[in-house]
Structures are given as C-alpha cells and as structure tokens.
Design a protein around this ligand. Structure first.
Ligand code: UT7
Length: 330
C-alpha cells in the first residue's frame, strides 16, 4: 500500500489584509526630549515625522489580534476557516508558548497549527513564503500570517542611533487557495556573518544576571550600505523571478526602514513613475515585521492601491535576513 500524501491548491493568493497601530502618537518634538536630535535631522535622514508606541492595555498580542481579525474579515472568512497561524515577532518576551498559539485561540481559530518565527524586519515576507508553501502542499487551506512588534519596549529611548527609528504595530494577511497565479516565487536569504550589525545587547539570562535590559543595537551605516547595495539588487531579482516587466508593476512596498533607502532602491530598480511607492514610515516609523502589511493597508485605505494591483515587496533586517515576492492585492 502506498502512503497517502497531501495534495494542495494549484496556486496561493493573499485573500485579506489588516493592520493595527497603538493610539499613542510620539512626534519628533517629543522624541527630541529623549535624545539630542532635531525634527529637521530626523525628517531629512529618515522621512519620519511621528511614530506610535504602545501604552496602557496595548501589547504585541492585542495588536496581533486586531490585525488578524481585520484580515480574516477582509478575506470574507471566519476564524474557523483558518487552519494555520504564523506570527513573526521578536517582541513576545516569553519563549514558550508561542504568541501564535495564544492569538489563534483568542481569535477562535480552533485547532489551527500555530507557531512563531523570528526573521526580524523580513518576517512578514518569510511568513508569506511559508504560507504559500503550506497552501500549495495541502498542509493548510487558509493561513494567517502576522508581523507584529512592540519595539518601543526593546529600544533604549535615549539611544541616539535607534530611539527615533523603531516603533510599534501589527499587520496581517490571510493566504488561501487560488486557481490563478497571484504570488511570485520568494527570493530570500541570510548572512549570519553580519549578525552583529543589528542585535540585542545581551541575552535574557545576562539581562537578569546584570540587572540591565536587553535592547536592540544597530550599526546604522553598515545596515544602510547593505540595504542600498545588496538588498537593492535582491529586489531586482524578485522582479525578475516574478516574470513581470517593470511597467506591469503597480505598487512598490519595501520595508519602511528609511526613505533614503527606498530612494536608493528606486534609483537602482528604475521603476516607471506609474508605480506607487509606499512611504508610511512618515507616520509610523520602522515597525519591523509589521511595516510591509501596514504600508500596504495604508495604500489601500487611501485609494492609492486597489484590488488586482501587482505589488513588489522586500523585507530586510537583523540576521542579516531578507525576503520578498510580488503579490496580487486582494
Ligand atoms: O529595520 C532594520 C533595517 N534598518 C535599517 O535599514 C537602518 C539603516 N540605517 C539608517 O537608516 C541610518 O544609518 C540612520 C538613520 C540610522 C542614521 O543615519 P546616518 O545618515 O547613517 O547617520 P550617521 O550615523 O552617519 O550620522 C551622521 C551625523 C553624525 O554627525 P557628524 O559626525 O556628521 O557631525 C552623527 O553624530 O548625524 C549625527 N547623528 C544625529 N544627529 C541628530 C546621529 N544620530 C543622530 C540623531 N540626531 N539621532
């Protein structure tokens, strides 16, 4: 007797999207009470005008729940239709159980497979790649992918090299079966030789032993050079792998790390002016794993993106890791 194997859908697609941000706005004027900087410097060097930080009652879990519920409703599904939940986060400060298991239960995704991944600012695109594979292999039919971070809890608010950049949000997508192609092959990779350019300052046990917090530290210029060189080139490879010509693209949603990085990528990619470029960093800062779905939802809500549009995405960050694909907007 031959062993039974799973059989999945011919293609996968993003069926719904959602995003959630905390209510507290931290503008550059407030930021400059924590660090020696100026509104002008922050805007010129990054494009950031304000960001959101969690306050009383808001957590990485509450933001994840909010974004996921929106994505499931947008997909026209109910929680019982979901059979896998993947969350990319570094902000869930308990190693086990996973945030995904808790969120799946609270949403009402009964008996869904659930697990967390840690791929920093590339996490949403890593999750989408996994979801696409699960749907096409038959291991799952509808997968919720969430990118969620509360980096305000993991950042030294007085560190001039990180405090003004990192912020809090969650974004989510539902991936499900499709009869037509709607997600291009993922282009992804890592370079652990550069592990030290964005890293936590100490392990959790060192934090306990030393009585000091573990926080994100970054060699900004090194990351900037990698992003404007290697990552700009990787973004070209994503477009090439998708089989689309630049003028067939409607949207470009890079990880919202710095407007100057986005500008450098645009110079490298030579995209036509008809392509709408996400710039949600202005209002939300760098929200890591949440930044791509948050930026895409913002474009949909403002009417700049519409159902059926083709969208090029690239996430990159600590690891170093990167991932991206082209999707059709639900
Ligand atoms: O999401 C993960 C991926 N992360 C990224 O992609 C981040 C990549 N890196 C960056 O976006 C940029 O490196 C930063 C925005 C973090 C920093 O911008 P920069 O243009 O690389 O600044 P810098 O470190 O080269 O510093 C330039 C100048 C220096 O002054 P002098 O030496 O030229 O007089 C710094 O002392 O700016 C000064 N500076 C600041 N001034 C005001 C550095 N930080 C600040 C600050 N406010 N916060």
């Amino acid at each position: 007797m031959a062993l039974v194997t799973s059989k999945g859908a011919p293609y996968a697609r993003v069926m719904g999207l959602g995003a959630a941000v905390p209510s507290r706005v931290v503008d550059n004027a407030e930021m400059c009470t924590y660090i020696d900087s100026s509104d002008e410097w922050i805007q010129q060097r990054t494009g950031i005008v304000e960001r959101r930080w969690v306050s009383e009652g808001e957590t990485v879990e509450s933001l994840s729940l909010d974004a996921a519920r929106q994505a499931i409703a947008h997909a026209g599904l109910t929680p019982s239709d979901i059979d896998a939940v993947i969350i990319s986060t570094i902000s869930h400060l308990v190693q086990t159980p996973s945030l995904a298991a808790i969120v799946a239960a609270k949403i009402g995704c009964t008996d869904a497979a659930a697990f967390d991944i840690a791929a920093a600012c590339a996490g949403f695109c890593y999750g989408l790649a996994q979801a696409e594979s699960l749907v096409r292999s038959g291991a799952a039919t509808h997968v919720v992918v969430i990118g969620a971070e509360t980096l305000s809890k993991l950042t030294d608010h007085h560190d001039r090299s990180t405090a003004f950049l990192f912020a809090d949000a969650a974004g989510a997508a539902v991936v499900g079966p499709s009869e037509t192609s709607a997600m291009s092959p993922v282009v992804w990779g890592s370079d652990g030789h550069q592990a030290d350019v964005i890293q936590m300052t100490r392990t959790w046990s060192e934090a306990v032993d030393e009585g000091k917090p573990s926080q994100v530290a970054m060699a900004g210029q090194q990351v900037f050079r990698w992003a404007t060189g290697f990552i700009a080139d990787a973004t070209s490879r994503i477009l090439e792998a998708s089989g689309l010509a630049p003028d067939e693209l409607d949207l470009f949603v890079p990880h919202q790390a710095n407007n100057r990085i986005t500008d450098a990528m645009l110079r490298h990619l030579k995209l036509p002016e008809t392509v709408t470029v996400a710039r949600s960093i202005k209002k939300y800062g760098n929200t890591s794993a949440a930044s791509i779905p948050l930026a895409l939802v913002e474009l949909i809500e403002s009417g700049e993106a519409k159902s059926g549009d083709t969208c090029l995405m690239i996430g990159f960050g600590a690891g170093l890791v990167y991932a991206g694909q082209v999707i059709t907007v639900p």
